[in-house]
Design a protein around this ligand. Structure first.
Ligand code: SF4
Length: 81
């Protein structure tokens, strides 16, 4: 089954929480630096908060966040496996 790889260019995050509001299943705000990160259960590497692999049924959720992010720093692509 395909999955959605999603990553955030966190350096440019302005912490406005748009992604969290639209897709809280995937995005959350870091308590450490106040920027968006992938929720723990979807991280590919537990130590890399910027990258995740989510079920395909969350694609619309991720897409709405990516389209609405004011700095356009959320990226995603479909991967097989
Ligand atoms: S919508 Fe974009 S700029 Fe806003 S918190 Fe999310 S990643 Fe950061």
């Amino acid at each position: 089954m395909a999955k959605i790889k999603v990553w955030i260019d966190r350096d440019q995050c302005i912490s406005d929480m748009v992604c969290v509001s639209l897709c809280g299943d995937v995005f959350e705000i870091s308590e450490e630096d106040g920027k968006s990160q992938i929720v723990e259960k979807y991280r590919i590497d537990p130590n890399n908060v910027a990258e995740g692999l989510v079920p395909e049924d969350l694609e619309d959720c991720v897409a709405s966040a990516a389209e609405s992010c004011p700095t356009s720093i959320i990226h995603y692509e479909k991967v097989e496996g």
